[in-house]
Design a binder for this molecule. Sequence first.
Ligand SMILES: Cc1cc2nc3c(=O)[nH]c(=O)nc-3n(C[C@H](O)[C@H](O)[C@H](O)COP(=O)(O)O)c2cc1C
Length: 198
Amino acid sequence: MKRLVCVLGSPKAKGNSASIAARLCAAAAAKGYETRTFALNDLDYRGCQACLACKGLSEICVIADDLGEVLYAAGEADVLVLASPVYYGDVSSQLKGFIDRTYSYLVPDWYGKKNPSRLRPGRKAVWVLTQGFRGEKSFADIYPKYRRFFKSYGFDESHLIRQCGADAEGSTEFRDAAFRKADALAAVLFKGIDIIAA
Ligand SMILES: Cc1cc2nc3c(=O)[nH]c(=O)nc-3n(C[C@H](O)[C@H](O)[C@H](O)COP(=O)(O)O)c2cc1C
């Protein structure tokens, strides 16, 4: 069974980014994917401590906190959904804390290696980024910046769903357009048997 793992970076469980991510999860589940969602804001974890244990002593991050399970599940996912509001021109601190800890996905002496990752290749990442600014040029640098790192982990194929003009109240005007993008992407990404509810 294919696995989709969704990592939510917003403190709002039903906010803009989480709603778009939920739409992707539902579409994947309908095609027989096993789906898991982690709301980072509910978890107790620290950022990377730069101990470098993952570059010598251990194959995984040695920090014993709630992020261990998320890192493991995300590392095994066929499709990884990373969803975040834009905060001060970047992903939220909740998601950035997770991203920094993915340093443990890299092998020792990774720099310059053809395959620097401990993870198997051939996976897909979907980034969901929502922002208050309407202009698409604003904060367009976020996705390419992080896509590059996840490509080196083995997420060879990446996709982006952006919702610009996504205010705190979640105005439906822009959310509907993002939902349509999510549905179109889901139709391409999740192929399989339709699961019919009994
Ligand atoms: C602390 C904070 C910082 C924000 N910074 C930005 C920003 O730099 N650019 C922007 O367009 N919107 C910014 N916003 C607005 C959010 O990105 C926007 O409302 C987003 O759609 C919220 O997504 P969510 O409902 O998934 O949490 C900020 C909001 C907060 C609370």
